[in-house]
Design a protein around this ligand. Structure first.
Ligand code: MRU
Length: 360
């Protein structure tokens, strides 16, 4: 099965099947060496896929979680003799289980909330009608994400010019969303319009999303991309190769503090030192107005073995030595030049600019 379209980089990476009984994903842990597609049916399948990063990137996780609940609602609707209250109880249990798969990316909770709310709105109409409404809402989540990505790409493109060098960290491209991506969207759109960019992609230890996924997407689109080790970012900035940094995000607090893949805050500190603009690309689904600052954001901690051995033939850390593996860090709002959303570009003070734009 090949789900890429003719442009070669837009992946149908999370797709609800026509019947609404399952979801097809591209297994991102196998890229770039193999394009393997998986069919997810049970809540355990979805939990496992999200937890192990077979599907990853905040918006893609949210889309997948929305589909997961819709598939579960449909499965429950086919059980004989299930009361509506039992249906809602089981759906809620499934939602809480999914929400616990990855704690930092707020899109997961936002989208599972949306599908559960769509179910509640149909209470009393019968379980099949409720399940239909979950499917509708989950499809809407995906199409809205695609629209948001496109608008973010347009705003992002207004910040750069052809010939610019761009530094990226982790992966915020089509694989992490529904379409163009957020942090990479402007680069794909620019390419379509004839811009030439020179992208430096941090490899992104320990799970290598920059090396494996960002370079894969950009290269397929014919965009000039060079992978560097994470510790080389300062060097390329000092050499004058970087005009702007483009990163995605997993949760943006009301004051603009931003959680993204670990190492992002270091890139922001470096960018400030070298006077390079540091841009965060953020669909509204990733803003958490309930979090007043980055201090409230829960940071996911992952297995030590991801550091000590996952991408090496033999362990690179002596047996018995501890590893610390936080998956995300928080960039202070003061280091962020602008936050680019589907509704426009926000600048400091973010409490004001974000709430003005989103009416909170
Ligand atoms: O652990 P991951 O690979 O899910 O982390 C992904 C990131 O940090 C992305 O930059 C973020 O989710 C934005 S994706 C548009």
């Amino acid at each position: 099965m090949n789900n890429t379209d003719k442009s070669g980089y837009i992946f149908d990476n999370v797709r609800l099947t026509e019947s609404g009984d399952s979801v097809i994903i591209i297994d991102q842990t196998k890229l770039p060496n193999e394009e393997v597609y998986l069919e997810l049916k049970s809540i355990d399948d979805f939990y496992h896929a999200i937890k192990t990063l077979q599907v990853r990137g905040a918006p893609a996780i949210g889309i997948c979680a929305g589909f997961a609940l819709a598939v579960e609602a449909k499965r429950l609707s086919l059980l004989p003799d299930l009361s509506e209250s039992d249906f809602f109880g089981k759906l809620h249990k499934a939602k809480c289980y999914l929400d616990s798969a990855r704690p930092t990316a707020v899109n997961l909770i936002h989208m599972s909330d949306r599908v559960e709310k769509a179910a509640f709105l149909c209470a009393g109409k019968g379980i099949s009608e409720i399940a239909e409404s979950c499917l509708r809402e989950s499809r809407l989540i995906q199409s809205e994400d695609a629209e948001m990505c496109f608008k973010i790409a347009e705003y992002g493109l207004s910040l750069v010019k052809s010939g610019d060098g761009i530094l990226t960290h982790c992966n915020a491209g089509p694989l992490a969303t529904s379409c163009y991506g957020t942090g990479l969207g402007a680069l794909f759109l620019g390419k379509e319009l004839g811009y030439e960019f020179h992208v430096y992609s941090d490899e992104m230890r320990p799970l290598m999303q920059g090396a494996r996924l960002t370079s894969y997407e950009l290269h397929r689109a014919g965009i000039d991309v060079t992978v560097i080790c994470d510790n080389m970012a300062s060097m390329v900035m000092k050499q004058g190769k970087i005009d702007a940094c483009f990163v995605g995000c997993d949760r943006v607090a009301a004051n603009g503090d931003t959680a993204n893949k670990v190492g992002t805050s270091g890139v922001a500190v470096l960018a400030r030192h070298y006077g390079i603009p540091f841009y965060v690309f953020c669909p509204s689904s990733t803003i958490d107005f309930e979090c007043s600052s980055g201090n409230d954001i829960v940071i996911e901690e992952r297995e030590e073995t991801e550091i000590s051995g996952l991408y090496f033939k033999k362990p690179v850390v002596p047996n018995g030595v501890k590893c610390y593996n936080p998956a995300f860090d928080v960039t202070d709002n003061g280091l962020i030049t602008a936050i680019i959303t589907e509704k426009g570009i926000c600048r400091l003070p973010y409490e004001k600019s974000l709430s003005n734009l989103f009416g909170k």
